[in-house]
Design a protein around this ligand. Structure first.
Ligand code: GLN
Length: 508
């Protein structure tokens, strides 16, 4: 189906298309293509169709909200009341949320229609949407390739016409990188711009919720709806929300674009470099000024991120203990196994002598309590490999003796990276870069090489470290047929400028 935007949807409704028919078109596309692409993990079509009837009535009454008839898919990490929010993990496979995230409340208040829950990397950890209990999502442009991640389902849903827009979350690039790989617009707002209430936390000082859309205008509209202070999230900002739609069409004249040398060096695909460079020439022709800049601490961004984000993750994920909610190991089996272990040790103790006896005694004394063993088993069964890797890394960098060397040092580098950006934004309105060093890679290609996987976020991660905003917009097509994204980063709370720059790319 053709990819609509919000304005065209409004026009269609105004000229008599029933909201139910709009929803049905998306449902048909899902039924047709989801078996191949694995984008939607659950849909609530009946509820969406019922809602469509209500929205239609409101449209006729003239009381409908800004997003009337706009069909959304939601990354399965954002809570919707009475719906499963699995985070693509066995740990939360059957967990139903008891409340709506603030972003969901705000979408509903504007009459958006929430149709589906979208695939992702488990707990938003990954760059490919391959780390999921539901299996990998495939790229709508080439099903042998990944979608990027962790919001791969959100990017693919928009690209494949499963929803008009979607929400994703971005901790180190998870909205922008999949947007680039799938050829859609993906906006990561500044830290604190959009409430995180109801987002299952990965790394709380990095996480942002943002829209993935077919157009820059749509991103501006949706950001306008979801942004703003929320008393349920103490880190959400009181900064007033400007009219983003007005900012979108300010044009290139006078726009100062910082071009950081560090973002165009080794590791960047040559064709991507050429595509971005050609765009920058056009910007100059359109009246923008290019300013060479430096972000000297960018080289430390990936290492800093993986120390800090895993530290926060290890703490955030400690709540999943199998007792209060989430996956619980079979208690009876766990108790039996523990009893058996104890018996084996007691038998061994009878035979043991000398030093060996001390060893066995020690093992007996330190044997898990049934509760501790239940925690361990539940977590061992509930979490996937990548999540476990990060919990271990995070607890390591936070442990006594290593804290200063890793966590403390990384915090100090984070400050330097933030300072670099702040001083650059005195001279420029936006910073430009590729979104990712390559186009979408093949499924399975980076699965056994975490470091290679982590390097995908080299251009996106520093925006999260600095708390600033970033956006990826389609900039062209690679000779391999896959989309290429261009990224703009803006000062904290200056989403208006990156939306403005992005719109120029669309018009070029
Ligand atoms: N790919 C990065 C990671 O794996 C970023 C993920 C994200 O932004 N949620 O941590």
């Amino acid at each position: 189906m053709k990819r609509l935007d919000i304005v065209k949807t409004r026009e269609a409704i105004a000229s008599g298309t029933h909201v139910r028919d709009i929803v049905n078109q998306y449902i048909e596309t899902i039924d047709d293509k989801n078996p191949e692409f694995n984008i939607v993990v659950r849909d609530s079509r009946q509820e969406a169709l019922n809602h469509a009837e209500n929205v239609q009535k409101k449209i006729l009454d003239g009381t409908a909200g800004k997003l009337a008839g706009v069909v959304f898919g939601i990354k399965d990490v954002i809570s919707e009341k009475d719906k499963i929010v699995s985070c693509a993990s066995k740990m939360l496979g059957n967990f139903e949320s008891v409340y709506d995230a603030t972003v969901i409340e705000r979408l509903k208040a504007e009459d958006a229609i929430l149709l589906s829950r979208l695939n992702m990397d488990e707990f938003a950890m990954g760059s490919s949407t391959e780390n999921s209990i539901y299996g990998p999502t495939k790229n709508p442009h080439d099903p042998s390739c990944v979608t990027g991640g962790s919001s791969g389902g959100s990017a693919a849903s928009v690209a494949a016409g499963f929803s008009l827009a979607s929400l994703g979350s971005d901790t180190g690039g998870s909205i922008r990188q999949p947007a680039s790989y799938c050829g859609v617009v993906g906006l990561k707002p500044s830290y604190g711009r959009v409430s995180r209430y109801g987002l299952v936390a990965y790394a709380s000082s990095f996480d942002s919720i943002g829209p993935l859309t077919n157009s820059v205008e749509d991103a501006a509209t949706i950001l306008g709806v979801i942004a703003g202070r929320d008393d349920n999230d103490g880190s959400s900002s009181f900064e007033p929300v400007p009219n983003y739609n007005a900012a979108v069409n300010l044009g290139a004249k006078g726009l100062r674009i910082g071009v950081p040398e560090e973002y165009f060096g080794e590791g960047l695909d040559d064709e991507i470099r050429d595509i971005i460079t050609a765009r920058l020439k056009q910007f100059e022709n359109d009246g923008a000024t290019l300013v060479p800049i430096h972000l000297p601490n960018m080289q430390y961004a990936i290492a800093t991120y993986y120390v800090l984000a895993t530290a926060e993750a290890s703490s955030n994920l400690a709540r999943f203990d199998g007792v209060r909610y989430g996956h619980r190991a079979d208690q009876k089996r766990v108790r039996e196994e523990l009893k058996q272990e104890e018996k084996t040790l007691r038998d061994a103790l009878k035979m043991a002598e000398g030093k060996n006896k001390i060893v066995v005694e020690n093992e007996l004394n330190t044997l898990d309590t049934p509760l501790a063993r239940l925690y361990k088993e539940s977590r061992a069964e509930g979490f996937g490999t990548e999540v476990k890797r990060r919990i271990m890394l995070g607890t390591y960098v936070l442990s006594a003796g290593y804290y200063d060397a890793y966590y403390g040092k990384a915090q100090r580098i984070r400050r330097l990276i933030k300072n670099d950006f702040e001083s650059v934004f005195n001279d420029v309105d936006v910073i430009v870069s590729p979104t990712a060093p390559t186009t979408a890679f093949k499924l399975g290609e980076n699965q056994d090489d975490p470091i290679k996987m982590y390097l995908n976020d080299i251009y996106t991660i520093s925006a999260n470290l600095a708390g600033i905003c970033g956006i990826s917009v389609p900039a062209g097509t690679h000779s391999n047929g896959l989309p290429v994204g261009i990224q703009f980063m803006g000062a904290a709370f200056d989403e208006a400028s990156i939306l403005r720059a992005s719109r120029i790319v669309e018009l070029q």
